[in-house]
Ligand binder design. Structure first.
Ligand SMILES: [Fe+2]
Length: 389
């Protein structure tokens, strides 16, 4: 944990408090309104130390409230405010500095990421040994960063059991259940109502276009392979977005706004959700969502319908272009964990026996693991020792 944050000075105004904080030799002034300062109190009567939840009834406060006492500790690392009621609230410089950068807390999969295509050096893709991944948090963090930065991590020498695939994923989070259950299997036996359960070629796609909240991260473990063909294909959807934005800006714009529905019909379910192929949030690309197999019926007035077909055709062509694909001939013991909000995955047709085990975890659970393994400056609760219950 860094201790580099120090409070240089403060300046009180009728609206709030200006606080100059120095971090690693650089100082910057931040403004906190009086209400914000009360609302962000980490004192026990305002913020439950175990539940980590706000106890303060923020909106029952009588406003405005102005601090009457302002004190900086001798070591410059703590600010103490006293209010007209006699209430005292302490803030550490670390806390104030951290919350001014709270986007970094909430967006742990933020840019920059490394966009890739078929020419990208394969050494850039994270590969770790199963035993190291299970027992060493640094190796786990390396794999998580591999998923964050490149969209995928490869785990080698995983035992050929579904329980082993579960154990690998549970290093990150609990498994997300779905229409397929928690741990699902892909064999060419057609036992589930999905093209994944056939030996057919499956074009690059993302899973869960029929879910309002598509699985954030998914895994595939090769348990058995006695076949010809069946190579796995990965495509960087963010790279496709970049190519379309550059070379086909109108098509990119269309796919950034028109919501495309996805559906899953079978196994007693009829699931439908819809969102744009390029789903943005706060001005940045958050998710790529495309599955031609699962696309549900929809119609738009002409000429927009034809324009959407044309835009989807460009996307489809780019994702099927081998120059954009990373091909893996997965063999027993190989496992991939990948970002289902960024990468598309597909599979070549095959003849013979091929057995894969898959699972999903939620986006926020992947982010949680990544956040918890970060160094302490990303911890919102720096005002007090972490209390585990
Ligand atoms: Fe899939």
């Amino acid at each position: 944990m860094t201790t580099a944050n120090t409070i240089i000075n403060t300046q009180s105004t009728t609206e709030g408090l200006k606080v100059k904080i120095e971090r690693n030799g650089n100082s910057k002034e931040h403004f906190f309104s009086w209400l914000w300062l009360v609302d962000h109190s980490q004192e026990q009567e305002c913020f439950h130390p175990y539940a980590k939840q706000r106890l303060l009834e923020t909106f029952a406060l009588e406003l405005p409230t102005v601090a009457t006492g302002i004190e900086i500790s001798e070591d410059l690392q703590r600010l103490t405010l006293t209010w007209p009621t006699g209430k005292v609230i302490n803030y550490t410089a670390d806390y104030l500095q951290t919350v001014t950068q709270s986007n970094g807390l909430y967006d742990v999969i933020k840019q920059p990421v490394t966009l890739w295509d078929a020419n990208t050096d394969r050494k850039l893709f994270c590969q770790v040994d199963h035993q190291d991944y299970l027992h060493d948090d640094e190796v786990l963090l390396k794999a998580l960063h591999g998923i964050r930065e490149m969209g995928v991590a490869i785990i080698r020498d995983v035992p050929l059991k579904i329980s082993a695939a579960r154990e690998v994923m549970e290093r990150i989070s609990y498994i997300r259940s779905s229409i397929f259950g928690e741990m699902w299997q892909l064999k060419s036996d057609g036992k589930i109502a999905d093209t994944g359960s056939t030996p057919l070629d499956i074009s690059p796609h993302s899973d869960g276009t029929y879910s309002h909240d598509a699985p954030g991260v998914m895994s595939l473990l090769c348990i058995d392979y006695d076949a010809k063909g069946g190579d796995n294909v990965l495509v960087d959807g963010f790279k496709i977005a970049q190519l379309m934005k550059l070379n086909h800006p109108e098509a990119y714009e269309l796919l950034s706004h028109v919501e495309i529905p996805g559906q899953y019909i079978g196994d007693g379910a009829y699931l439908v959700a819809q969102r744009p192929v390029f789903h943005h949030k706060n001005g940045r690309l958050l998710q790529v969502s495309f599955n031609n197999h699962d696309r549900a019926p929809f119609i738009l007035p002409e000429p927009q319908m034809s324009q959407v077909y044309e835009a989807l055709k460009i996307f489809d062509r780019l994702s099927k272009d081998v120059s954009n694909q990373f091909t893996l001939a997965m063999r027993p013991g190989d496992m991939i964990i990948f970002d289902n909000w960024r990468l598309l995955h597909g599979r070549k047709a095959f003849e013979g026996q091929r057995h894969m085990a898959g699972s999903y975890i939620n986006r926020e659970d992947f982010e949680s693991r990544l956040r918890m393994l970060q160094p302490r400056p990303l911890d919102m609760l720096v005002n007090r020792e972490r209390i585990d219950v």
